[in-house]
Write a protein that binds this ligand. Structure first.
Ligand SMILES: NC(=O)c1ccc[n+]([C@@H]2O[C@H](COP(=O)([O-])OP(=O)(O)OC[C@H]3O[C@@H](n4cnc5c(N)ncnc54)[C@H](O)[C@@H]3O)[C@@H](O)[C@H]2O)c1
Ligand SMILES: O=c1ccn([C@@H]2O[C@H](COP(=O)(O)OP(=O)(O)O[C@H]3O[C@H](CO)[C@@H](O)[C@H](O)[C@H]3O)[C@@H](O)[C@H]2O)c(=O)[nH]1
Length: 447
């Protein structure tokens, strides 16, 4: 089928490459000229495992093209995906300006029936607004062209996006048009070979499904961070508690890892947007408030632990940081807990030596040159001459360091394990002070 995708970010580019992999002819449109130029030259602007080979393969066989020119891309399409950003507005609600700009562009160029598929995460009611925006442009042209707008939220995870897209748990389709659902059934048939993953519902329910999924996952994380904070106070180890509850299939092991708080481009903004939707409808979503509040204070935990260890005086201290990306296997630093930590360390007069396997360019882009930040070429280099080490992101390469060497490198001999990667007793045997998250066994809490 002829597919056009607006937006070549994590969702648009991955979707485009995966749909090309299934034999569709895909054109990706973006307003960012530099991004499109790089993509045309075969440069994939984001780090996402497995994406580069797919993009190269289908750019070479002609199934995947990139352009900044929306007109021909709209005219050729059986399906048009909207996969542009929906960042938080000033009050936390989703900013729909990019989605609606694409809708107007579609309306200006549409020539024949197409299915407009919204993949961006958008508040309930957006499908109606997209439909109205397209219709308004058609009226300006006095054009009578039928089209359908479908909500098809995306559930991929960064770092695993290609696998998630090729083998989705479910494909949620929100549409009241039988014709549009048929078109999507055909498009997604190769993804449905072993069992039908399509869940068809109305647009509003599909839009809410996306927020409900992210809010549920964020709730699990905040709940577990809350349990971790209780565990510290009562002298229990949350890692044992995690295993103890995860073995109950009703709870499960997924998304119950305590840590430095959730980050990324989705959970923080989507929890906030759902809260705003509820508030706008006169409902006080107390649970969502709590999820967000717990997360904000959890992002400050690593700094609090360091500050307590150094008795409130971090001025002139040098802190090594392993991991800057908001999670492993990505270079994305949007809302990353590392940013909260570094800001607090700088505010307290400390300097930072940081290393991340993939996010160094992004870190350079965000912070530029500063006297209080050394971006290091390796994990080893980051700890040389530092007083303490903080693990913020659980990259595999940080999982089994040589603690004896770390003891020699770290002047004050302190490890803050923000992801509970290590066994406290093993770290302590090397003569290091160990602090984890919710590991009451080794941490007497007074704060
Ligand atoms: N990143 C994820 O893991 C993920 C997963 C599921 C859903 N989502 C949702 O999908 C949407 C996109 O997220 P993303 O992370 O891919 O965003 P992104 O910021 O990485 O990419 C968005 C792209 O859209 C482009 N764009 C903006 N206006 C445009 C226009 N008028 N025409 C063409 N292109 C335009 C931007 O230049 C940018 O390249 C958001 O609503 C997000 O919440 C994201
Ligand atoms: O047990 C856990 C699991 C995750 N996290 C943190 O939660 C954040 C988000 O992680 P993850 O969900 O793996 O990454 P995203 O790429 O943000 O994916 C989420 O957001 C996407 C955008 O909406 C959705 O499509 C995905 O289904 C949803 O998992 C990260 O900071 C993680 O460190 C924890 O602290 N503990």
């Amino acid at each position: 089928m002829n597919v056009t995708i607006f937006g070549t970010g994590y969702v648009g580019l991955v979707t485009g490459a995966c749909l090309a992999e299934m034999g569709n002819r895909v054109v990706c449109v973006d307003v960012d000229e530099d991004k499109v130029r790089r993509l045309k030259q075969g440069e994939v602007p984001i780090f996402e495992p497995g994406l580069e080979p797919l993009v190269h393969r289908h750019a070479a066989d002609g199934l995947l093209e990139f352009t900044t020119d929306p007109g021909p891309a709209v005219i050729r399409a059986d399906l048009i995906f909207i996969a542009v950003g929906t960042p938080p507005d000033e009050d936390g609600s989703a900013d729909l300006r990019y989605v609606l700009a694409v809708a107007r562009t579609i309306g200006r160029h549409l020539q024949h029936y197409s299915v407009i598929v919204d993949k961006s995460t958008v508040p309930v009611g957006t499908a109606d607004r997209v439909r109205e925006a397209i219709q308004a442009e058609l009226q300006v042209r006095s054009a009578e062209i039928s089209f359908d707008v479908v909500s098809n939220p995306e559930f991929l995870k960064e770092g695993n996006a290609v696998v998630d897209c090729l083998r989705p748990d479910r494909i949620v389709i929100g549409s009241s048009s039988a014709r549009a659902v048929e078109v999507l059934r055909k498009l997604y048939a190769p993804f449905n070979r072993n069992h039908d993953r399509m869940v068809v519902m109305d647009e509003r329910s599909a839009e809410l499904t996306k927020y409900a999924a992210n809010a549920m996952l964020a709730t699990k994380i905040s709940f577990m961070n809350e349990v971790a904070n209780i565990a510290e106070r009562v002298g229990a180890d949350v890692e044992l508690v995690r295993k103890g509850i995860g073995s109950d299939p009703r709870i499960g092991y997924d998304f119950i890892y305590p840590g430095a708080g959730y980050g990324g481009s989705c959970f923080p903004k989507d929890v906030q947007a759902l809260l705003r939707t509820a508030t706008a409808e006169g409902y006080d979503a107390r649970l969502l408030h709590a999820v967000e509040t717990v997360n904000q204070s959890q992002k400050e935990r690593l700094f609090q632990i360091l500050s307590r260890h150094f008795q409130g005086d971090l001025k002139g201290r040098c802190i090594a940081v392993w991991g800057l990306a908001f999670k492993p296997n990505t270079d994305d630093m949007r809302e990353a807990p590392s940013r909260t930590l570094l800001a607090a360390l700088w505010q307290a007069g400390a300097t930072v030596r940081a290393y991340d396997p993939e996010a160094m360019d992004e870190a350079r882009r965000i912070w530029g040159e500063r006297a209080d930040l050394q971006l290091c070429a390796s994990a080893d280099e980051a700890v040389q001459g530092a007083d303490a080490l903080v693990i913020v992101t659980e990259w595999k390469v940080f999982r089994s360091p040589d603690f004896t060497r770390l003891r020699q490198a770290l002047a004050a001999g302190v490890i803050v394990d923000g992801r509970n990667l290590y066994a406290p007793e093993v770290v302590e045997q090397a003569g290091l002070a160990y602090y984890g998250i919710g590991r009451g066994r080794s941490l007497a809490v007074s704060a």
